[in-house]
Design a protein around this ligand. Structure first.
Ligand SMILES: Cc1cc2nc3c(=O)[nH]c(=O)nc-3n(C[C@H](O)[C@H](O)[C@H](O)COP(=O)(O)O)c2cc1C
Length: 241
């Protein structure tokens, strides 16, 4: 089936190579990811690691995962030679840890609690999930090296994962099953929970504004809430008690 004609809000779909790096990055940034920290031990026995969102699952049987590392990374040699590495899926609230492991010329492991994994690799605590991997393959991937690892052990916690989208940290936001009709907004207005101001919603309780301007609504009475807006309301309303 041919690719559908570009919708009016598609950004430069037809740009021929060489791509403009900025718009290429933006297009890639539409793919929402989690955030991981990959760790290992370098040949001198020092802990090494970096923040990476290129992590992905590959195979269930055998269990395999991958991630990619920039060829200009100071960590390249460590990961090329490492028999083991570990991927830590960060949890909501661990943005600072992500920044720390993406910053050069800093002691990335400062104030970070670790335990020892196979071959002495540092394992971080309190993440959403952790995958301890035996290095299996390295592939060439343009200006990155792609590392495939066989998962030898993993752990999962109940912590909600951190999300990364278009260069920003975000949170998990489950989609609502269906759009709610405008009448449900009216019902909320009648209860004094929601106020419509110039096409936006304001939630307040006991005279205090809880949230404002988080959803744009058409002024028309026939407007319906999108699944996203309904999800926002569903999350916010319990806060109103
Ligand atoms: C959210 C996020 C995701 C990143 N993902 C990757 C990645 O997948 N691969 C990579 O090589 N660098 C990635 N980086 C950049 C590295 O964390 C960091 O810039 C790099 O480690 C530079 O230091 P180094 O030369 O010591 O490795 C990412 C940075 C951030 C903030």
């Amino acid at each position: 089936m041919p690719f559908p004609a570009p919708a009016p809000n598609y950004l430069s779909m037809t740009a021929p190579p060489p791509f403009d790096p900025r718009t290429f990055r933006q297009a890639l940034g539409t793919f929402v990811t989690g955030v991981t920290i990959v760790t290992t031990l370098d040949t001198a026995g020092h802990p090494a690691g970096l923040t990476a969102n290129s992590f992905n699952s590959v195979s269930l049987d055998p269990p395999m995962v991958l991630w990619s590392l920039a060829l200009d990374s100071t960590n390249l040699d460590a990961f090329r030679r490492a028999p083991y590495w570990a991927v830590h899926v960060l949890a909501a609230g661990q943005e600072q840890l992500s920044v720390q492991f993406a910053t050069r010329e800093t002691d990335r492991f400062a104030d970070v609690r670790t335990t020892e994994g196979p071959a002495g690799i540092p394992l971080l605590e309190d993440c959403a999930a952790r995958f301890v991997c035996r290095a299996a393959f390295e592939y060439e991937g343009g200006d990155h090296a792609i590392f495939l690892g066989q998962v030898e052990a993993f752990e999962q916690t109940t912590r909600t994962p951190l999300v990364y989208h278009q260069g920003r940290y975000a949170g998990v936001f489950p989609a609502a099953p269906a759009a709610a009709p405008a009448s449900s907004i009216t019902a909320l207005e009648e209860r004094g929970l929601v106020e419509r101001t110039r096409g936006r919603l304001r939630l307040s309780a006991e005279g205090r504004v809880i949230a404002e301007g988080f959803v744009a609504l058409a002024e028309s009475d026939t407007a319906t809430l999108t699944a996203h807006e309904t999800a926002a309301l569903r999350h916010l309303l319990p806060l109103l008690g």
